[in-house]
Structure formats: C-alpha cells, structure tokens
Design a protein around this ligand. Structure first.
Ligand code: DAK
Length: 260
C-alpha cells in the first residue's frame, strides 16, 4: 500500500509513524485510517527486529484533532454504525499489536485523536498536549472506543464529566488522572517514547507480547484474564528466553534474549 498521510521512519528497530495532515491538524480521514489499518494489520510491513512503534502528529500544534469532520456529515445511522465498527476494529489492531505502541502526544488529541492515543499501550504527553472528547459539541458521541477506554483509564466519575462537557484537559491533569504515563517538555515526546521502547527492548520479547495480551484481556468482555495469565505464564516457561533469563540472574550477568 502507498502511504500518503502516515509517514513511517524506521531507526534502530523503532518505527515512528507520523500522522501528517498538518493543515487539518492531522485529522483522521478515511485514507489515514486505512493506512493505520494496513500498518497494524496482517498485511502490514514485516519489520525484522521491530522493537516498538511510536505514533505522533506532524507539526507542533496537534497530535490528531479528531476524525475528519468534513467527511462525516450527513451519514445515515447504518453508515455511522459501520464506520464506527471499522474504526474500533482498526484501533483494536493497534491495542493488540505484538510490540509496544506508544503515543507521543505533541498537541491536541481530541475525539478520534484521544481515542487513538488511548488505543496505544502507553502515552507520553508534551507539556502543550491537550486531551478531550468533544463529540457532543457535534451532536455525536465517541465512536472509536472513547467512552469505554476513557472510563478504563481515569474512572467513571471524571470520564463521564469529560464526555458530557467536552472539556479539554492539559498534560498535567492527564498525568494526575492516569491518562498518560509521563509529561515531558514540548518537542521531547518522541524521544521519551523511544527511550521507553529501548528500555522495554532489553526485556524478553515474548514476555512483552504476553503482557500486552494479558493486560488487554482484563478489558475484554467475556475474557477470563486470570485464566489467560495462567496460560501465558505457562507459554513463557517453555521459552529459551526464560531459561536464559533465569541463568543470567544466577550467573549475575545481563540476559541475552533472542525472542525464542
Ligand atoms: N477535522 C477536519 N479539519 C479539522 C479538524 C477536524 N477534526 N480539526 C481542525 N481542523 C482544521 C480546521 O478546520 C482548520 O482548517 P482551515 O480552516 O485552516 O482550512 C485547521 O484544521 C486549523 O484549525 P483551527 O483554525 O480551528 O485551529 P485553532 O487553533 O483555532 O483550533 C482546535 C484548534 C483543535 C481547538 C479546533 O481546530 C477544533 O476544535 N477542532 C475540532 C476538534 C473536534 O471537534 N474534533 C472532532 C472530534 S469528534 C465517526 C466515528 C468517530 C468520529 C466521528 C464519526 N463515525 C463512525 C461516523 C469521531 C469524531 C471526532 O473525532
């Protein structure tokens, strides 16, 4: 697939995806959503030795200022449902990606932008970042998982307020509420995200994939998270990396994980 709106840069095993529609504050139009679906889907690029993915927005003003409002006026109820389902499915691909995905939020993360950041495994906010779900201003509600993930991250009380008032919150409040992992000076979001990925890359890769799966299981309907943990634990025990990790501890040396 030819990527038009998502620029991909690969450096030291880290793929940085920059949503690049700066004139529209990186709003997610259909083409951008399809590019995200391609990258995180089964047909996406198979990147040898991929340590993780950083998602950020082009320019200094916005991460992603929402779904592209110019595309969705006049949709019927059925069309809207179909599009919401498609969007949710794409963000599930991000959330279930086997390597860590970190949002480097460099500005406005509104509506679908906040939902994209929440689908990532971790979130770094620059000091100028602003988060919000302003859909009610448009006569809508979030459709890409926002009503569910916001509650999961910050709790029902504050999430309901933000969803009903469309208020934006800044980076410091997002940190205090548990919506983001770290706040850094503006311009250092991607750097911090890469640092975290490098740190995670020193751990056993299969164990990290199992962490992603079991953490996700906590939030999935009908999933027995504790049961998933038991099976994933067993699968880790059968790996060469577990033998290596335990041996390295006993021999007081750094583990050399191979992902097997
Ligand atoms: N879509 C399209 N264009 C956008 C945009 C967006 N979400 N956000 C900003 N832009 C464009 C502006 O129209 C403007 O374009 P020009 O006039 O220069 O051509 C340019 O980006 C710069 O924006 P502003 O001039 O407004 O910049 P300001 O600094 O004054 O304001 C702002 C920044 C972020 C506060 C403001 O742009 C703003 O309020 N933007 C809209 C935020 C928003 O409401 N986002 C949408 C949230 S709702 C669906 C599923 C999901 C969704 C929808 C449908 N279906 C399944 C059907 C999700 C919806 C959302 O995400």
């Amino acid at each position: 697939m030819t990527y038009e709106n998502v620029q991909i840069a690969l450096e030291n095993g880290i793929a940085t995806l920059t949503i690049s529609r700066e004139k529209a504050l990186n709003a997610l139009n259909t083409q951008t959503m399809l590019e995200l679906r391609h990258f995180f889907g089964e047909e996406g690029p198979k990147i040898e030795g991929l340590k993780g993915v950083v998602i950020t927005g082009a320019g200094e003003k916005a991460f992603v200022a929402g779904a592209d409002i110019t595309e969705f006026s006049g949709l019927s109820a059925t069309e809207g449902q179909n599009l919401a389902q498609r969007g949710q499915d794409i963000f599930f691909l991000v959330e279930r990606f086997h390597r860590p995905v970190i949002a480097a939020v460099n500005g406005f993360a509104l509506g679908g932008g906040c939902e994209l950041a929440m689908a990532c495994h971790l979130r770094i906010a620059g000091e100028k970042a602003k988060f919000g779900q302003p859909e009610v201003n448009l006569g809508l509600i979030p459709g890409y998982g926002g009503t569910q993930r916001l509650i999961q991250y910050i709790g029902k009380t504050k999430a309901t307020e933000l969803l009903m008032t469309a208020d934006m919150i800044g980076a410091a409040e997002a940190l205090q509420l548990g919506l983001v992992n770290h706040v850094v000076p503006a311009g250092e979001e991607v750097l911090k995200a890469k640092e975290l990925i490098e740190k995670i890359a020193t751990k056993a890769p299969l164990a990290i994939t199992k962490i992603i799966e079991t953490v996700n299981a906590y939030f999935e309907d009908g999933e027995d998270g504790f049961g998933r943990e038991v099976s994933a634990f067993g699968e880790c025990c059968g790996t060469e990396d577990f033998i290596e990790g335990a041996a390295a501890f006993v021999e007081k040396r750094k583990a050399n994980f191979t992902g097997k």
